[in-house]
Design a protein around this ligand. Structure first.
Ligand code: SAM
Ligand code: SF4
Length: 334
């Protein structure tokens, strides 16, 4: 057998040190750009990786140079005993950073336990401060719980906390400036994420993407000038801008208007144990069979290294060749 690599490097020299772990495809709200309102076919629970299986996979990934982990979903807080998983992941030697992406609905009740388990970084998904529009977007009346969750997380000492706001045209324009103001008041960076073609109902089209440049203009008109800030990590996907008055910053994940594939350092594992080298990948690789079928850590290492080495250059949203992946956002993890 040939020697196993110590780093995950693909054919373009991109080093992969970032693993996103989806722990469930279930969710307690129904964002229209992600999930259908009714009739969602969730993955059978028996197919979902246990915390022990996730921990084992994460350890193997860390032995290949991964040092940043993000827990996502579906909604990760609907899964029982999440602090148990956080503790297991935080104990892996070599992990420098663990973050969680959540819709915040259940955060108030779980923030303290998550903090005590070792979690510090949070991304809370929130598009609007308007109750009615929150309901329109998510089909649930849960805004008050999300706001309570953010308050509790701030009080617990989490940091940095960021807000993910999905930028859908003809939907969230009235929220762009209020969200940034909210961020400035609470010391939270709002990150506007261009609507990506990963919604379960195939509603996406280019005309429905609220572009980063348009949001930037709205913020400068509504609040004041913004200055681009070079990110200390050049491979971070967000473009950062600071308000010139010194109060706060915003970020843009401009996957559509400014794709960042050339800097990609991420791999993903789905809740049913499929390894993906790209959020938009059309193919995925079964890791669960090895995890459950007596595969050795070295076999898993080899598989991960093979998947990364064959990674494509990037998605082709901006070409006629683009084909949306068969899995929607809630099942991949964002
Ligand atoms: N439920 C959690 C949440 O909403 O944060 C975690 C999973 S969710 C799939 C991860 C992130 O994906 C969300 O924070 C949301 O901002 C983003 N998202 C969902 N659907 C999207 C879409 N079609 N385009 C762009 N971003 C999307
Ligand atoms: Fe649930 Fe997150 Fe998808 Fe919204 S974006 S439906 S909160 S998984």
């Amino acid at each position: 057998m040939h020697a196993l690599p110590s780093q995950l490097v693909d054919g373009l020299g991109r080093v992969h040190d970032n693993l996103r772990i989806s722990i469930t495809d279930r969710c307690n709200i129904r964002c229209s750009y992600c999930m259908p309102e009714k009739g969602v076919q969730f993955i059978d629970r028996s197919e979902v990786l246990s915390y022990e299986e996730i921990e084992r996979f994460a350890r193997v990934a860390v032995s290949l140079g991964v040092n940043k982990l993000r827990i996502t979903g579906g909604e990760p807080l609907v899964r029982k005993d999440l602090p148990v998983l956080v503790e297991k992941l935080a104990a892996i030697e070599g992990v420098k950073d663990i973050a969680l992406t959540t819709n915040g609905v259940l955060l108030a009740g779980q923030a303290r336990a998550l903090y005590d388990a070792g979690l510090r970084r949070l991304n809370v998904h929130l598009d609007t401060l308007d109750r009615q529009r929150f309901f329109e977007i998510t089909r649930r009346d849960e805004l008050h719980h999300v706001l309570e969750g953010i308050d509790t997380a701030l009080a617990c000492g989490f940091g940095p906390i960021k807000i993910n706001a999905v930028a859908v045209k003809n939907l969230v324009e009235p929220d762009i400036v209020p969200m940034a103001r909210f961020g400035r008041e609470h010391g939270i960076e709002v990150r506007y994420i261009e609507f990506m073609p990963l919604d379960a109902q195939g509603l996406w089209d280019r005309g429905r993407v609220l572009l980063a440049d348009d949001i930037l203009r709205m913020l400068e008109e509504g609040i004041g000038p913004l200055t681009a800030v070079p990110d200390p990590d050049p491979r971070a996907p967000a473009l950062e801008y600071r308000f010139a008055d010194g109060n706060g910053s915003v970020g843009f994940i401009a996957s559509v208007s400014r794709p960042f594939c050339l800097n990609c350092n991420r791999i993903r594992i789905t809740s049913d144990g499929m390894l993906r080298y790209c959020i938009f990948a059309l193919e995925e690789t079964d890791v669960k069979s090895l995890l459950r079928g007596g595969g050795s850590d070295d076999q898993i290492r080899e598989l991960v290294a093979r998947v990364v080495s064959a990674k494509w250059l990037g998605h082709e949203i901006n070409t006629a060749k683009f084909v949306a992946p068969p899995r929607p956002m809630y099942s991949i993890g964002g």
